[in-house]
Design a protein around this ligand. Structure first.
Ligand SMILES: [Zn+2]
Ligand SMILES: [Zn+2]
Length: 391
């Protein structure tokens, strides 16, 4: 027994021999008969499986194969295990050490799940040792503190980390959007610059337009003043016209009264036909002159300005005009224009009369072009000097 136990110790070097008492008090469950037996009543095979001695005898009496992994078993390979089973105090101390090591490794980078698991382990361990020593009361308090403070803090930290991730993603989206917005803003800025320059131009044009409008209003004021003056002048002219009309009416009345007088004189002359001829001739001269005056008044225009003063008609020979009307008032041209008072020799007048009957005129009256030059040959001075039209 002593030799075989030495061999088995060397085979299972990691198994530490402990006192027999512990090995006899500590129980294991047989996987075949499911009963609890002390550790020393078990035997193990190289496949790792071990059974109680009664069940091993049963296996070798039928089919020597492991009921777990079906490996062929040999009786000489069956051996006892010597394991160091700790006391409950030692077990608790070891658990505490494990927990302390686990907490010492925990920091801010630890996952929430591992922190929660550590909390659960701590809680279970404290419950296991509850109702015992005072040394664990502070540990219990620490567990409560851990549950109340640290786990929520870690949970919050993890939520915040998730939130930060979400915010980072949103920030990336926002940055992308911002880049897009910046690219859209650039054309708008150009547009804005154009619109500003247009605005400047429009303002300049507006100022110009305001200046023009002011000029136009001043011009309008001037024109209105001029219009008022013109209206005043028209008014004055109308008044003057009225005055002339009245004057003309007066003259017409005078002429009418003179006509009546002439009629009376005619009658008188008819009565006195039997009287000497010298007297008769004188009265006829007077009659003729007065008649011509009347006809001249009838022919004169409204805007006659000078007083109607007959010139020395009595000193002149009587006119040979067809209707016997004389137009010798100052500033009063007759219908055919002013006539010359020149008395040409008889031969010239005869010649002109002959020419006019034949449709010919020798330059009298002068016919001029727009620049005042004669249109046909004109004789001036002696017969040798001729002034011909420029062709
Ligand atoms: Zn058994
Ligand atoms: Zn086995």
């Amino acid at each position: 027994m002593s030799k075989s136990s030495t061999t088995q110790r060397s085979t299972f070097a990691n198994i530490v021999t402990t006192d027999v008492h512990t090995m006899n008090t500590h129980l294991l469950r047989c996987q075949i008969c499911l009963n609890l037996h002390p550790v020393l009543q078990f035997k193990f095979f190289p496949c790792g499986h071990g059974f109680c001695t009664a069940c091993i005898e049963n296996i070798f009496s039928h089919n020597p194969k492991c009921p777990h992994c079906r490996v062929t078993l040999r009786r000489r390979e069956a051996h006892v295990v010597y394991i160091d089973i700790p006391s409950p105090e030692e077990e608790r101390a070891a658990k505490v050490e494990t927990l302390v090591e686990g907490f010492a490794q925990m920091d801010r980078n630890s996952k929430l799940i591992s922190v929660e698991n550590a909390g659960k382990k701590l809680n279970a361990f404290v419950k296991e040792v509850e109702g015992g020593q005072d040394t664990y009361s502070s540990l219990l308090q620490a567990v409560e503190d851990f549950k109340e403070r640290i786990i929520p803090a870690f949970r919050k930290a993890e939520e915040q980390a998730k939130e930060i991730e979400t915010l980072k993603k949103k920030l990336e989206v926002c940055q992308h959007d911002l880049a897009g917005s910046v690219s859209r803003v650039k054309p708008l800025e150009k547009e804005l610059g154009k619109m500003r320059s247009n605005l400047c131009q429009v303002e300049q044009e507006r100022d110009q337009a305001i200046g023009l409008a002011e000029q136009a209003s001043q011009e309008t004021i001037r024109l209105r003043q001029r219009l008022a003056r013109t209206e005043q002048e028209v008014h004055d002219l109308q008044a003057e016209t009225k005055r002339y009309k009245e004057h003309l009416l007066q003259q017409a009345n005078i002429a009418r009264s003179q006509n009546k007088k002439i009629e009376r004189l005619k009658k008188d002359s008819n009565k006195s036909k039997a009287q000497p001829t010298q007297e008769n001739a004188r009265s006829e001269v007077v009659l003729e002159s007065e008649k011509s005056v009347t006809q001249s008044y009838d022919a004169c225009e409204v805007d006659l300005e000078m007083p109607l003063t007959p010139s020395s008609s009595l000193e002149r020979p009587l006119s040979t005009h067809a209707n016997n009307v004389r137009h010798d008032f100052e500033a009063m041209p007759p219908p055919g224009g002013f006539r010359s008072d020149w008395q040409l020799p008889d031969k010239f007048s005869k010649k002109r009369k002959r020419d006019s009957e034949n449709g010919r005129t020798d330059g009298f009256p002068l016919s001029l072009d727009t620049k005042g030059r004669p249109l046909r040959t004109v004789q001036l001075g002696t017969r040798r000097t001729l002034r011909a039209p420029l062709r």
